[in-house]
Write a protein that binds this ligand. Structure first.
Ligand SMILES: C[S@@+](CC[C@H](N)C(=O)[O-])C[C@H]1O[C@@H](n2cnc3c(N)ncnc32)[C@H](O)[C@@H]1O
Length: 219
């Protein structure tokens, strides 16, 4: 099945709210736990989260790594507003900040000590821009962890995944999940992207029936 692009930025306020209210506990905490498992020596520094959405992952990182600060970047105003509210409510505004801009346009952030991104890449028309920016964003020797969906073989398979994991979810969330699966990349496509960007030291792992993870140190 060919990739079918979905809108890049999730800037409809209702869409952002439904996403913020959805339960991504298992996925998001799994992402944080994986980072800690892969990079146990990383305990302090500045982490950049590309496509941070409503801020649940930055919050989980801030709690898990109390000596880290996190900058979240998202191009959606409603998402960033929700993220700022959540961080304020958690009393973590001194360690988590947000920037509302497209990662492609990101400038003026000094290089960071680690970069993370969950579920952004499938939104991006040109994925090479993402890997390019990721590499530019970090200091040499920094860990990176990127996770996203992979594209199933057919629309029917995509629908079956939505039914399996989001059966009782609101229609907007189910629609976005389906469209995201169709817009996602296959493992082979990710491998080609890393090869083209000379990032072959990063490893790709398929961790379940719908997610891949890319991890490693950027030199
Ligand atoms: C599916 S959400 C994932 C949010 C978050 N990472 C999480 O896992 O909960 C994807 C997010 O990427 C944002 N996004 C899409 N394209 C972007 C871009 N070019 N620059 C910055 N953010 C972008 C969307 O607005 C949306 O909030």
């Amino acid at each position: 099945m060919e990739r079918i692009l979905e809108p890049e930025v999730m800037d409809d306020p209702e869409q952002a709210l439904v996403y913020a209210q959805a339960d991504f506990e298992q996925e998001n905490q799994g992402f944080v736990d994986r980072f800690r498992e892969y990079f146990p020596e990383f305990t302090e520094g500045h982490i950049l989260d590309l496509g941070c959405g409503p801020g649940d992952i930055p919050l989980r990182f801030a709690r898990a790594l109390p000596s880290c600060r996190i900058t979240g970047v998202d191009a959606s105003e409603p998402m960033v507003r929700l993220a700022e509210e959540a961080v304020q409510e958690a009393g973590l505004s001194s360690r988590i900040t947000f920037r509302c801009e497209r990662f492609q346009d990101l400038a003026g952030v000094s290089t960071v000590d680690a970069a993370i991104s969950n579920s952004l890449l499938h939104h991006v028309p040109n994925p090479l821009q993402f890997w390019h920016k990721l590499r530019l964003a970090v200091k040499p020797g920094s860990p990176v962890l990127v996770m996203d969906l992979f594209r199933p073989a057919s629309p029917e398979e995509a629908q079956a995944i939505v039914d399996r994991y989001a059966s009782g979810a609101p229609d907007i969330l189910r629609r976005d999940f389906y469209n995201s699966l169709l817009a996602a990349f296959t493992e082979d496509e990710i491998g080609s992207q890393l090869a083209r960007m000379n990032l072959t030291r990063l490893l790709i792992d398929v961790i379940d029936d719908r997610h891949w993870v890319v991890s490693g140190i950027i030199h």
